[in-house]
Design a protein. Structure first.
Length: 110
């Protein structure tokens, strides 16, 4: 019988420095933040501000969870990499479609 190898998270050392993978995740969040600010500035209204603040809360929550996880285990080793890649892709897609969703829902005012 063959054994299935399980990938375990690798704990960080005390002198752990940020990896390229972690910095790339931060860059994706900065991109999402710039798109979010553009979304909120496009048509300033109370509803847009509310929607933007909800999205900002979601992005902040994703980043804070990632930061906590990055302080516990290596994000670029083991099974954690897959989860972080999925989270990064979800945030990137949400940032890309935020403006197009706004245009599809709200009519353009002249």
């Amino acid at each position: 019988m063959s054994r299935v190898r399980r990938s375990r998270p690798v704990l960080v050392e005390e002198a752990h420095r940020a990896t390229t993978f972690e910095i790339f995740f931060d860059l994706v969040l900065v991109f999402a933040l710039t798109r979010l600010i553009g979304f909120m500035a496009e048509s300033p209204s109370p509803l847009t501000l509310y929607q933007g603040l909800l999205l900002l809360l979601w992005f902040w929550y994703a980043w804070s969870c990632y930061t906590w996880l990055g302080n516990q285990v290596r994000a670029d080793r083991g099974v954690v990499t897959a989860g972080m890649t999925v989270a990064m892709a979800a945030i990137f897609v949400a940032a890309l479609v935020s403006r197009s969703c706004r245009r599809a829902v709200a009519p353009v005012r002249d």
